[in-house]
Design a protein around this ligand. Sequence first.
Ligand code: ADP
Ligand code: MG
Length: 698
Amino acid sequence: MTKRGVLYTCPMDPDVIRDIPGKCPKCGMDLMPMGEAKKDRGHKMHHGKNAEQDFKQRFFITLPFVLTVMALSPNIQQWLGFRIVFSGEGLAVFLIGTFIYLYGGLPFFQAANGELSHKNPAMMTLVAFGITVAFGFSIATTFLFPGQSLYWEMSTLISVFLLGHWLEMRAVRGATGALAELVKLIPPSAHLMKNGTIVDVETEKLGIGDQVIVKPGEKIPIDGIVEDGESSVEESMITGESRPVAKKAGDAVVGGSLNQDGSLVLRVSKTGADTALAQIMKLIREAQNSKPKVQHAADRAASVLFYIAVAAGACSFVFWYFVSPQGAIFAATVAVAAVVVACPHALGLAIPTVTSITSTLGAKNGILIKDMKGLEIARKLDYVVFDKTGTLTRGAFGVTAIISNDESRVSNDDILKFAASVDALSEHSIGRGIVEEAKRRNIAVSSVKNFLSYPGKGATAAVDGKNVAVGNRRLLEELKIAINETGTPAEAQTSTPVYVAVDGAFAGVIFLADIVRNESKEAIRKLRAMGMKTAMLTGDTEDVADAVVRELGIDTVFARVLPEDKVNKIKELQSEGNIVAMVGDGVNDAPSLTQAHVGIAIGAGTDVAVESADIVLMKNNPLDVVKTVALSRKTNRKMMQNLAWATGYNVFAIPIAAGVLYPSLHVLLRPEWAALLMSASSVIVVMNALLLRRQKLG
Ligand code: ADP
Ligand code: MG
């Protein structure tokens, strides 16, 4: 929800809800505050899919009348070589024309009214203006001065507009709806275990702590922890990972994923807005609210085009009536055609249709775009900076060696016990590695007091009445504890040394090694092949960092970097004129994610990282960075194509409609052809955007 709590919606479609003002991704109209939009929409207004149905209905109902008007037109009769004359013919055409104008034109008048009441005349105002000019002129010829009317031109114009909007909304409906697809993932009911019996309840009614049964082949209704049973679960909708994941007691499962072969008993752990799926939907909503920069350019161009359209219409009329007189009918027809053809509809749709498909395509690949501006720049990246631990490596540390300081006489097991007791409270992956090793060796950890974390360095605490420090060289230096060099055993050459001190005296070193992710090497290779440089940022030692960098073929390395300095390294690269992306997972990466041109949080990392990022990768897979850049490039290409088409079309269409080719070639664009062309250009833009849906990334 916004700070001010105002929500915006489309005057045509209540399904479109945004928390900032902007254009409707479906019809390109300006969004307006919720309450006002409801008023504007009135009792008869178009609702979501119904708006589409409404256009369709009005099209088919008016069609026979339009055909009648056409049959009665002297012009058409002359072309087709027949003649119908009856008394009251003029009046009949007037009555039918009035019906077509009022019934067929109504949706456009309502929408135009919405635009005008927000002092933002646009597309719909032009349409309403065009048909009203044609209608007004025709009435005048019926009652005021004799002459040819524009009834059949007006009628076909309305017909084409109704058809165009119907087809276009149908296409756009296919292009949006990422959220609707996600909502469909949640099964409406769940099997609740209650007092030993199973009852089916609505999924919404589940509460935290409820016990739920999921049968084989069913969707998991809600986030929970497996209490009993074993199964494999396909989580691709949530993580983009297509391989099923094995689940047993103690594992977490998310609502919307598909349970495959086994039966599971779950304990509900999250409900409502806290569930993973609800969080993803929130991110997608945010993404749809965020506009790429080109959108602003497109919006500006569209509003300029509005005035160009009005000017083109007015100038055409003046020219063909006064300067090169061809009579009022000719001048009015040309003016209407010029206004109609210049409707900036395609321009309004050019960008939003692409971004909505982009966010859906991204989500399907496990890439959540929080800010379109970030994705927009990703195609131009010079440098991709990776955090090491947990990003390029698995963050699963194993102990490779323990060496004790001879002088301190603390045994290896005690070193491990002290370190594990402190690190049991740490969230750091090194800490987890130490605790795991203690468990493996059946060493019990003691409870601790005064735990203190030193981000990027280590931690201290009181264990069994002794002051214990666990961390890197920097931590011990800061605590003024001298380190006796113990040497590094062969098996720990590229391991991270973690120093342990007890009561101010250096006790020994635990060496831990991490495993580089299989996908990291390919990701680096591909990024370089795509023309980007890569860098690695770590708080770890040079030895460890160099080993990883050599293995992966990374260009630049920054080792022994304190969390607060990580952001400076990003700034450094930026000051050299590079466009920089940062990929990280940890709390200590958050400032760098914000600083970088594009912040990418990996593995849906820590909440802070997700909050600071522009793009969130659902899987722990560096290859998805490559996919993100590919998505950015494809998206940009589509946007440019659409913009080029939507503006380029006007460059040709407006002058032709205004009659530039008439004197020399006798080529004129009739209003209904102008309308057809205008609608076709919008449909082409939408279709072109839809092609993006088929694209494979990476
Ligand atoms: P990275 O940049 O690789 O994610 P950090 O900046 O989080 O790493 O940590 C840098 C170094 O600080 C680690 O390599 C480790 O030596 C030390 N360290 C940090 N936290 C702890 C901890 N809880 N226990 C032991 N050592 C730690
Ligand atoms: Mg990290």
